[in-house]
Ligand binder design. Sequence first.
Ligand SMILES: [Zn+2]
Length: 82
Amino acid sequence: MTKVVKFKCDECQTVGTVDFSDVEYEQEASEGGMGARIEYWGSFEDSCEKCSNSIKIVDNYTEYPADNFEPGETSLTGASLI
Ligand SMILES: [Zn+2]
């Protein structure tokens, strides 16, 4: 899923972006009432280019029913969404 996340380092406020179309997602399927329900998880880890603070961003979305994509949560460690 194409998604650009813009974030700010919690330590030095430096702004960065990550393009999740470059991130490999893991998937986990389960059976729902309308067929397969697939959860996707993509995680990006890097260190801040300025202060070397370690930053981790995890994006999640769901496909259910097939071909219907619902955005999930984006969780950040070491940085905040802006
Ligand atoms: Zn920083």
